[in-house]
Design a protein around this ligand. Structure first.
Ligand SMILES: [Fe+2]
Ligand SMILES: [Fe+2]
Length: 199
């Protein structure tokens, strides 16, 4: 059974150890259940984090949430699948957490939920976006060419060209965040992770 938030409220059993070295299997059996409860709350946390971007323009023509929604909407209207739309939606979710390393934040979030290609796209989109403006900030716009040998070079370049770098139009009619909430909830729902490592 998938635990939900109410499970943790009713079953908030806490271990008694003060160091991992003295922890027991029983402690960890309970903690692993609670980890799934935490996972069940991830979608809500992501939606909250996207909401923070609504109030952040950072000098751009549209706020950071509108940019994310516009990127996702453009991808959807171009026939992309749900996983791609999800990546488009959250690709800049780390903008106000780690402005100089925001792509890595989003990549870490999506990695357990998406394909290797889409993870690579999210992780490298910042460098590929640079193609369109880095000459204005003293950086090399062709830095993306260091990744020419990647299987995902063209895939990521296409994302930036068609959806990301064009998603700053104040007049574009993007779908609202509520429209994309079901996709976030679908991809970040708890699932059996017994064979996965925990970082
Ligand atoms: Fe970005
Ligand atoms: Fe972006």
């Amino acid at each position: 059974m998938t635990p939900d938030a109410s499970t943790q409220d009713k079953n908030d059993t806490r271990a008694k150890f003060t160091t991992f070295a003295e922890s027991t299997k029983a402690d960890w059996d309970n903690i692993m259940v609670q980890l799934q409860v935490t996972q069940a709350r991830v979608a809500d946390r992501l939606i909250e984090q996207l909401e923070y971007l609504r109030h952040d323009y950072g000098g751009f023509p549209v706020n950071r949430l509108e940019h994310c929604l516009q990127t996702a909407t453009r991808a959807e209207r171009d026939g992309r699948d749900e996983e791609y739309i999800l990546c488009a939606l959250v690709h800049d979710i780390g903008d106000n957490l780690s402005p100089y390393n925001h792509a890595a934040v989003a990549a870490a979030i999506v990695e357990p939920a998406v394909s290797k290609a889409n993870h690579w796209l999210v992780a490298h989109h910042g460098i590929f976006q640079g193609y369109f403006f880095w000459q204005h900030v003293g950086l090399d716009p062709n830095a993306r060419d260091n990744f020419r040998d990647s299987d995902y070079y063209d895939y990521t370049a296409e994302f930036c060209a068609k959806y990301d770098q064009v998603a700053f139009d104040p007049d574009y009619k993007s779908a609202p965040l509520e429209y994309y909430e079901p996709i976030i909830r679908k991809f970040f729902a708890p699932r059996d992770r017994t064979s996965e490592k925990i970082n």
